[in-house]
Design a protein around this ligand. Structure first.
Ligand code: PLP
Length: 320
């Protein structure tokens, strides 16, 4: 069994990312703080390269490949941001990339992936298994498969966002992190336990896809069909073999929010913070808003995970 990554791996990832990833800003808003009666620190990964934190894990994983593996290339499956992250990291490092994407992936994400020079292979999200397709292409062409969350280097890379947050603002009372397959949450947990041991840590997933909460509570990984939610970056069907034990060990609780709460949070981001956040990127803040009455006077971290959303869809959601 692969050993679980540790905070030392997160620190090593931060070294590899230096000069390649942006150190994203931490935003605060007096209006938000007055409304929630807390101090909220937003770690804005919507400003990360390619528009989401996924660049961190992808670049870290690709940086660690040996020369032979780099020459042969990599394959990844993703509904969007991991695809762009692998495609951009591969271009920077001169590695050929093949990306398996669903037919209904957002057009902007497909276009961006192609724009970074990757080959895109399409599949049907409902009838086909992307993990099997990815593994098949990897075996056939001798490529290295880089999974979107269940990989020690991906988890360590994703943890660098929280590492930066704690380094910049100090210890927090609670940190809210969106949850799909758990790469970001597990990485954040490694950073939080080292830099802010008393911090409560909440994973937040869409109500329609509550496999993470059920897994967290039952102690075994729960598999679900692809959930129906506007949070397309968190439509995962199960946590990972590596992310789950870290989440079970280090996370305080897993919460869920509705699509309507995501849209409300998206409106606050647009109107108050003046930032474009994709639906999945609103999960953490939506949960923090809901829990606000229990967080009075506390220092709260919110990871804003990404900002990649087609503008027509964004406009439709904001006016819905
Ligand atoms: C991938 C993604 C998530 C979920 O991350 P996991 O590591 O799979 O839990 C959340 N938000 C955005 C914007 C993403 O791209």
């Amino acid at each position: 069994m692969t050993p679980l990554p540790t905070v030392d791996d997160v620190r090593a990832a931060a070294e590899r990312l230096r000069g390649h990833a942006h150190r994203t800003p931490v935003l605060t808003s007096r209006r938000v703080d007055e409304a929630l009666l807390t101090s909220v620190f937003f770690k804005c990964e919507n400003f990360q390269r390619m528009g989401a934190f996924k660049f961190r894990g992808a670049f870290n994983a690709l940086s660690r490949l040996d020369d032979g593996a780099r020459r042969r290339g990599v394959v990844a499956y993703s509904s969007g941001n991991h695809a762009q992250a692998i495609a951009l990291s591969a271009r920077i490092l001169g590695v050929p990339a093949t990306i398996v994407m669903p037919h209904d992936a957002p057009a902007s994400k497909v276009a961006a992936t192609l724009g970074y020079g990757a080959e895109v292979v399409r599949y049907d999200r409902v009838t086909e298994d992307r993990e099997a397709i990815g593994a098949g292409i990897a075996a056939e062409r001798g490529l290295t498969l880089v999974p979107p969350y269940d990989h020690p280097d991906v988890i360590a890379g994703q943890g660098t966002a929280a590492l930066e947050l704690f380094t910049d603002v100090g210890e927090l009372d609670a940190l809210f992190v969106c949850l799909g397959g758990g790469g970001l949450l597990a990485g954040s947990a490694l950073a939080a336990r080292a830099l802010s041991p008393g911090c409560r840590l909440y994973g937040v997933e869409p109500e329609a896809g509550d496999d993470g909460r059920r897994s967290f509570r039952s102690g075994a990984i729960v598999h679900i069909p692809t959930p129906d939610t506007i949070a397309d970056g968190a439509q995962t069907q199960h946590l990972g073999e590596l992310t789950f034990p870290i989440i079970r060990r280090d996370v305080t609780d897993v919460l869920t929010v509705s699509d309507a709460e995501l849209v409300d949070a998206m409106r606050v981001f647009a109107s108050t913070l003046k930032i474009v956040v994709e639906p999945t990127g609103c999960l953490a803040f939506a949960a923090a808003r809901r829990l606000a009455p229990t967080l009075r006077g506390q220092r709260i971290g919110v990871i804003v995970s990404g900002g990649n959303v087609d503008l027509d869809r964004y406009a439709a959601l904001l006016t819905s």
